[in-house]
Design a protein around this ligand. Structure first.
Ligand code: ADP
Ligand code: MG
Length: 346
């Protein structure tokens, strides 16, 4: 549905997006995760045709965004970071206005009625947008993106600035829309992405440093799936016992933790799952296993580890990516400090 190859974007001399490649299948819900300034909005603005690209190719449903912008844009609904709401308009009046702008062909009233129902704003159709809460304004933003029934929705930080209740409502809305749309959603907050996306693309200094399903990401980074066992036992005896379990590479005694209970860190040989062997052996010795926990990294730790790596190359190495294409490090391409003001692009 979305194909991005060799995409780069330069603002003056500053390379904000650097040789980015990804493709998104129809129906996927993908999260762009990255710290502020990583390049998420820039990529989204290019995908939606609001910003020109410096290098590379972007196609939406086969239509090249540069060569065939109208056909490509028709397939996309875009909710920018700051939705273009005309606050002096009433809700329905504004949606009618967007409908005309987008030159939509569906019968007007039923189409807008359906969208207002979907995002649950039909009861405020005659309210001025400026009098709505931030959560409701965001729903109006969603409604304008949905006009024309685009297959693809691009949502730039859709929950930023909302209170927890509103965040839950918007999340539920995204989950519902994800059932029959292809969605790209950006956030600098992992939990936002985690809640609604299956696949995560981590962006850092204008490059993709990870692109995988949620589950795979944390697995890849935890090279040593060590376990911690808490056992009521004699420490020295148990240490010796655990070392003899099949598949165990090493055991480290972590000391006394509760009354009579000791912790042991168990490091398995590569690829070995020693959980059953460990609990079985402890039972054989008539000792009580109180807990067996994995020291697998949480996704939060993965994200921190990756974005705090000294360079994107380093981060990719952590994930075990083979770096055969010669990539420059982020330090090489930050030529000057970026300015905040937008260039006169379109
Ligand atoms: P994100 O959305 O991930 O926070 P952006 O895409 O907004 O990141 O910005 C990526 C980088 O490009 C940042 O360093 C930002 O300051 C810079 N940048 C964004 N827009 C412009 C612009 N119009 N002119 C110059 N630099 C820009
Ligand atoms: Mg942004």
């Amino acid at each position: 549905m979305i194909e991005v190859t060799g995409l780069s974007k330069r603002y003056g001399t500053f390379l904000a997006v650097k040789n980015v490649n990804f493709s998104i299948e129809k129906g996927e819900v993908v999260g762009f995760l990255g710290p502020n300034g990583a390049g998420k909005s820039t990529i989204m603005n290019i995908l939606t045709g609001y910003l020109s690209l410096t290098q590379g190719k972007v196609t939406i449903d086969g239509f090249d965004i540069a060569e065939n912008p109208e056909a490509a844009k028709k397939r996309i609904g875009y909710l920018p970071e700051l939705p273009p709401l005309y606050t002096d308009m009433k809700v329905r009046e504004y949606l009618n206005f967007i409908y005309d702008l987008k030159k939509v062909k569906f019968p007007k009233k039923p189409h807008i009625d359906e969208i207002m129902r979907l995002v649950n704003i039909n009861h405020v159709e005659n309210r001025l947008i400026r009098n709505l809460s931030k959560g409701y304004r965001q729903r109006v933003g969603f409604a304008q993106a949905l006009i024309g029934n685009p297959d693809v929705l691009i949502l730039d930080e859709p929950t930023v600035g909302l209170d927890p209740q509103q965040i839950i409502e918007i999340r539920n809305l995204i989950t519902r829309l994800g059932k029959n749309h292809t969605i790209i959603l950006s956030s600098h907050i992992l939990s936002e992405i985690q809640a609604v996306c299956d696949r995560i693309i981590i962006i850092n200094y204008g490059e993709i440093i990870a692109d995988d399903l949620q589950d795979n990401l944390s697995e890849k980074l935890s090279t040593e799936h060590s376990l911690v066992a808490r056992v009521i036992c004699d420490e020295r005896d148990m240490l010796a016992t655990l070392k003899t379990v099949k598949g165990v590479k090493d055991v480290v005694a972590l000391g006394k933790k509760e009354n009579g209970a000791y912790d042991f860190e168990i490091i398995p040989e590569e690829g070995a799952d020693v959980r059953a062997g460990v609990s079985g052996r402890i039972a054989d010795r008539k000792k009580q296993l109180l807990a067996l926990t994995s020291s697998r990294l949480t996704l939060e730790q993965v994200f921190l580890k990756l974005t705090q790596a000294s360079s994107n190359e380093e981060a990719r190495k952590m994930l075990g990516f083979v770096d055969d294409e010669k990539t420059t490090t982020s330090e090489d391409f930050i030529i000057e400090m970026p300015t905040e003001d937008k260039e006169g692009e379109e």
